[in-house]
Design a protein. Structure first.
Length: 378
């Protein structure tokens, strides 16, 4: 009982900014910067997103709390030239975690996450223009309701092996989605994740990971509206490290069951990254080279393929295949004691077949993103 009470005292102290017992030093970190994205298409549409992310984290003993949010500006200029823009705060993510390391036969991590609805919902008819394919913007939608996400992770390390399994439940609160769909209650999620790592040599690490997600039904005005199909993910990866450089390769497959729609509003609702899309495969290659003790150069290549879904081509719910290639590079630099900075640039090209965003034609997109971030430890 005293142990649980001490944890609650630590939580309250961190949130309130007060002091805790001297033997437990609080570590605080902050991260912010600028992020700019632009894309265009062969049908003369374009879009811009600019945001300033802010993350603050504090840890004391085995407890950690973090808060993440952003101020963002999004603008879309569709083919008809009727430009739309929105300036707003994003939703705020509050995460709490408590870990038990080297105290039980298994290491245990308890997590509790919250989505605080500080973003924008109840989109007007004109603001619906701002909803574009999610692979174009880093933040493809603007706000949800109040969500709660408890998780538990169990992990074990032995003889060059590391294995872990996690279970999470996300309860999603009701909110007004747009001018037409009020009292929208998105389906809750159950997530099961597992990973096993093997150290093949002092420099080579292999990974195998999997995830299963089950969605309950979305409702509108208390009536069943939509149910996203179950999702299964499996992936593997290799990472190789030397004194001055690291190389990592990952490949992932995501397999989606067919979604189920009920009679009701026909307007799509986008609260997950790729609702109603087909199976997905992506491969990523990341390289990092340390020029000296303070500076590291990095480069990455990501290939994405999403197959068409199971609906007939004449159905309003049909989504064709999507292919995307992203190439990036950047630099990380230690600027001073406990202060680091990073610069990055990425470019992409994406071929997108017919879907509800552009139901009458295939579209090719291209774009670029720039980022400058700084991190500070206190």
């Amino acid at each position: 009982m005293k142990k649980h009470l001490s944890v609650l005292i630590a939580v309250a102290a961190i949130l309130a900014g007060t002091s805790c017992p001297a033997e437990d030093k609080t570590q605080v970190s902050a991260r912010s910067g600028l992020h700019y994205e632009w894309w265009g298409s062969n049908d003369d549409a374009s879009g811009t997103q600019f945001y300033v992310p802010v993350k603050v984290a504090a840890s004391r003993s085995d407890f950690t709390v973090s808060v993440l949010g952003a101020y963002m500006f999004t603008q879309v200029n569709p083919e008809d030239g009727k430009r739309r823009s929105l300036s707003q705060m994003s939703d705020t993510k509050l995460n709490l975690s408590y870990r038990l390391y080297d105290k039980l036969p298994l290491d245990v991590l308890f997590g509790l996450g919250f989505n605080l609805p500080t973003g924008h919902t109840d989109l007007t008819q004109s603001q619906m223009t701002l909803l574009v394919p999610p692979d174009l913007f880093s933040i493809p939608y603007f706000g949800e309701g109040f969500n709660i996400n408890p998780t538990i992770v169990l992990a074990k390390e032995w003889d060059g092996w590391t294995a872990g399994v996690g279970v999470g439940y996300t309860w999603k609160g009701e909110y007004d989605y747009n001018f037409e769909i009020k009292d929208y209650d998105p389906g809750d999620l159950v997530t099961v994740t597992a990973e096993i790592d093997r150290e093949l040599s002092p420099n080579l690490l292999a990974r195998l990971f999997a995830q299963y997600i089950h969605y309950s039904k979305d409702t509108v005005h208390g009536e069943d509206f939509y149910q996203e199909g179950d999702v299964r993910l499996i992936g593997t990866g290799l990472s190789y490290s030397r004194d001055t450089w690291d190389l990592a390769f990952t490949v992932t497959g995501i397999f989606r069951d067919k979604s189920r729609l009920s009679d009701g509003p026909t307007l799509p609702i986008v609260t997950e990254d790729r609702k109603s899309h087909g199976n997905e495969f992506n491969a990523g290659l990341a390289y990092r080279y340390r020029t000296d003790a303070k500076t590291a150069l990095k480069a990455s290549l990501v290939l994405l393929y999403i197959g068409e879904n199971d609906y007939p081509e004449d159905s309003p719910n049909f989504a064709g295949k999507r292919e995307k290639a992203t190439l990036g590079c950047g630099i990380d630099r230690i600027l001073a004691e406990n202060l680091t900075g990073s610069l990055g640039i990425e470019g992409f090209v994406m071929a997108d077949e017919e879907n509800w965003y552009h139901p009458d034609e295939d579209v090719t997109y291209y774009g670029i993103s720039l980022s400058a971030l700084v991190s500070k430890k206190f």
